[in-house]
Design a protein around this ligand. Structure first.
Ligand SMILES: Nc1nc2c(c(=O)[nH]1)N=C([C@H](O)[C@H](O)COP(=O)(O)OP(=O)(O)OP(=O)(O)O)CN2
Ligand code: ZN
Length: 143
């Protein structure tokens, strides 16, 4: 089995609604996104001979995904008053609303599924929220 890895980071702000502690306040992270794709085989012949896929293509897609959250304020839908949200949008801040609580775990699962939807055979997705805290999502073996 071959496993390829690509990573990219984004800097953004978030808060955890319904959380007792400092993370309920707005704060920022450098989120590191690491995507691993797998294949039993290598391409035979042509430009991609000896590769699973071109690193350049994988890198481009991981970067585009991470960049869409860069320098944004990530908000879980429904966790901020409508008026507050309207004001910060009106003031020109970049808001990204997500359907899930913005934890490292949820982001890892979300990035896994997004990359799968792009056609990659994803092995696992890992998201670092701080240099020492990370969450990994991978599919459990189907028996
Ligand atoms: N399992 C998870 N736990 C927590 C998550 C998460 O995504 N998954 N997220 C948070 C907060 O977002 C928080 O910013 C990170 O928490 P913490 O480890 O406290 O980060 P710090 O680097 O600020 O820690 P210090 O050691 O106090 O500096 C909370 N938990
Ligand atoms: Zn946080």
């Amino acid at each position: 089995m071959y496993i390829l890895k690509a990573e990219h980071s984004f800097d953004s702000a978030h808060f955890l609604a319904n959380y007792e502690g400092k993370c309920s306040n707005i704060h920022g992270h450098r989120w590191r996104v690491i995507i691993e794709v797998q294949s039993e085989n290598l391409i035979d012949g042509g430009q991609l001979d000896g590769m699973v896929i071109d690193f350049g293509d994988l890198k481009k897609d991981v970067r585009a995904l991470a960049d869409s959250y860069d320098h944004a304020f990530i908000i879980q839908k429904g966790t901020m008053r409508k008026e507050t949200l309207e004001c910060i949008i009106e003031d020109g801040f970049k808001i990204v609303e997500v359907e899930f609580r913005p934890t490292a775990e949820n982001f890892a699962a979300f990035f896994f599924k997004t990359m799968e939807e792009k056609g990659y055979n994803v092995k696992r997705a890992t998201v670092y929220e701080t240099p020492t805290n990370s969450a990994t999502y991978e599919k459990s073996e189907v028996k």
